[in-house]
Design a protein around this ligand. Structure first.
Ligand SMILES: *Cc1c(COP(=O)(O)O)cnc(C)c1O
Length: 401
């Protein structure tokens, strides 16, 4: 964080334009992901789900530390192949076209996550057309009940995966088809789970269910993909997911019983990249309106949609700056609630609501933390046609622009 602040102060002085950028601390990213990957039990492999942030600098930084990448389109396959010709790729997503399935085969993805019985038949047809056998996992939507989390993708009706009740039929079909090789099962049941104990329980639950299918069909399978969904606590940055407790619980779990698979995969997005990214924007105006105080920043939710998509006040810090070039007094907000909004002509362009801020002046900089995942990647950049923010990658060797 201090390096990021130092960089911002230095750059703002020399720029005529209001500051607006995504800043990534690549050294932090590398050490965070390396320590997570290294601490997992030997049977586990860590993949990165690139939809959280697929910038090439991010993928390149992660490449040495993750087992591979999880993707859900050919565009994402291309982004991964642009940084590595042979890193393992897991290809998922509901509603795959023939072009996508054939592209995935051509790009030698390691596993295709099959999401329905129709798709299973179609992958088989296309695999045989290309004279190959495609390794697959069946993505399953379990009936639950699950440990709680904020965005459940399973245990209730969704467009994802094969209903648990249809899994026996899907297994029988997969075993009978010559174009596919059933390598295991994929579950991605929740999002932003902050409870390490519950995450271990979830993996335990998956293992139990896979062991049942494995025994019932005498399967020789390699993988249980436990998905992503490890969370970031945006409401209290000091209370993050307890990774050491997770690893400890997971080790105990994996040691306690014969595993029905050789490897347990995790394909995390948010948890890997969120903390290393910052969305940083200069305050253009501060004003009162109907008794409420607003700070308007250069930028907005078209560049950082996460707070409006999650309906939360995104955590930020104020970086005071001394740049002021006008002959009149800087407007200052002190010791009160403040709503931070962007430049868009819609009242929904809100990044934080009624947050207590001790001091903020026009020209100061607001730095949103934990903006490295689902920030720029999910935003509607060209709504209102404002210029894009800079993307700055900070690392020991210097600044990569
Ligand atoms: C989005 C997604 C992930 C990553 O989820 P996070 O919550 O960012 O960890 C992993 N697997 C699948 C199938 C996904 O759709």
């Amino acid at each position: 964080m201090s390096r990021v602040i130092e960089y911002i102060k230095r750059t703002q002085q020399s720029s005529a334009k209001p500051f607006c950028a995504y800043l990534y601390d690549l050294d932090h990213l590398r050490s965070h992901v390396a320590s997570r990957a290294e601490s997992l039990p030997a049977a586990c492999q860590l993949f990165y789900a690139i939809k959280a942030n697929s910038e090439p600098q991010i993928l390149r930084a992660l490449l040495p530390y993750v087992r591979g990448f999880e993707v859900a389109s050919l565009g994402e396959v291309d982004k991964v192949r642009a940084v590595s010709a042979d890193v393992p790729i897991l290809f998922g997503g509901p509603g795959k076209t023939n072009e996508e399935i054939e592209g995935a085969i051509r790009q030698r993805v390691s596993l295709i996550h099959v999401e329905s019985l129709n798709e299973l038949r179609r992958v088989d047809v296309l695999a045989r057309k290309h004279g190959v056998t495609v390794p697959i996992l069946l993505r399953v939507n379990l009936r639950g009940p699950f440990p709680s989390a904020t965005l459940a993708m399973a245990g209730r009706p969704t467009q994802f995966g094969i209903d648990e009740s249809l899994v026996p039929e899907a297994i029988r079909l997969a075993l009978a088809l010559e174009g596919v090789k059933l390598q295991g099962f994929h579950f991605h049941s929740l999002s932003n789970n902050l409870d390490a104990g519950k995450h271990v329980e979830l993996v335990a639950y998956y293992l139990q269910i896979v062991a049942k299918w494995q025994a019932l069909f005498d399967l020789d399978i390699s993988y249980l993909n436990a998905g992503g969904g490890i969370g970031v606590n945006y409401a209290d940055l000091q209370q993050q997911f307890d990774w050491p407790a997770f690893v400890q619980g997971l080790s105990a779990l994996l040691d306690s019983a014969a595993l029905p698979v050789r490897h347990v995969l995790f394909e995390c997005g948010r948890y890997l990249t969120a903390a290393s990214g910052y969305y940083v924007a200069e305050v253009l105006d501060i004003k009162q309106n109907h008794g409420k105080t607003y700070a308007i920043i250069r930028g907005g939710t078209h560049q950082f949609r996460l707070p409006s998509s999650w309906q939360h006040s995104h955590p930020f810090t104020v970086i005071p700056t001394e740049k002021w070039e006008y002959p009149y007094e800087r407007t200052r907000h002190e010791n009160g609630p403040l709503t931070v909004v962007g430049q868009l002509c819609t009242p929904k362009d809100v990044l934080a609501s009624d947050v207590f801020v001790p001091s903020l002046r026009v020209g100061d900089i607001i730095c949103f933390q934990y903006a490295g995942a689902y920030g720029w990647a999910i935003s509607h950049h060209d709504f209102l046609s404002h210029p894009h923010p800079d993307h700055i990658y900070v690392e020991q060797a210097g600044i990569l622009a």
